[in-house]
Design a protein around this ligand. Structure first.
Ligand SMILES: Cc1cc2nc3c(=O)[nH]c(=O)nc-3n(C[C@H](O)[C@H](O)[C@H](O)COP(=O)(O)O)c2cc1C
Length: 188
């Protein structure tokens, strides 16, 4: 059974729903407490499906692109370089909306896109996330040899090809698909 959530005003047209979900995605990167700021990024690993929490950093609505920052040594980067297909799953209890954003991820490890963003965050505490001398997931050995700290900052861009929207609501759940074939209602 899906959890029942109340949403003050229900949108009725697919156009309005698509507009509203992109607006919310645009807001979430600026609102620390927005549920969609932290979402789950799923990819294909060598041993099957893999998934992890990430923070949405930027949204380009026109280009249908979502950006996430990462340590370029993290295993997900190699996974996404092998197979670019990925799904981002977002859930907002306030809206009662789940999104499954499917598409392809491009990982930038250098170039202007990376250096310009690194220039703005390198003096912030968050920069530490990309300066660890040990690669994410590497085994930690006390007294072990480590690299000199340097940045391993990269930008992952998800080019969204389809949005699977699910609304969980006390008056009945609704689901819709927005993709290259257009907009349509689905059975929830
Ligand atoms: C709340 C939260 C936010 C996170 N945000 C990010 C992020 O924006 N980018 C990132 O690469 N990892 C982020 N992580 C860490 C990942 O979930 C994951 O542990 C790490 O990136 C290694 O993943 P991998 O082994 O699949 O590459 C976050 C973890 C948590 C708990």
């Amino acid at each position: 059974m899906l959890e029942q959530v109340r949403v003050a005003q229900r949108l009725t047209s697919l156009d309005d729903i698509e507009e509203a979900l992109w607006q919310e995605l645009g807001h979430c990167v600026h609102e620390r407490d927005h549920d969609w700021r932290r979402c789950v990024l799923a990819s294909s690993g060598e041993q099957g499906a893999d998934a992890r929490l990430v923070v949405l950093r930027e949204v380009d609505r026109e280009a249908r692109e979502l950006m996430i920052y990462t340590d370029t040594r993290s295993p997900k980067v190699a996974q996404l370089q092998r197979d670019r297909r990925a799904t981002l799953v977002c859930w907002s209890a306030a809206l009662g909306w789940q999104l499954r954003l499917r598409g392809e991820v491009e990982v930038a490890c250098d170039g202007l896109q990376v250096t310009s963003r690194w220039a703005t965050i390198k003096h912030r505490p968050a920069a530490q996330d990309y300066l660890s001398p040990l690669a994410p997931g590497s085994e930690w050995v006390a007294g072990g040899k480590v690299d000199h700290p340097r940045e391993h900052f990269g930008v992952m861009t998800l080019q969204v090809q389809s949005v699977d929207w699910l609304e969980v609501h006390a008056l009945g759940h609704r689901r819709a698909m927005f993709d290259a074939r257009g907009r349509r209602w689905l059975a929830p």
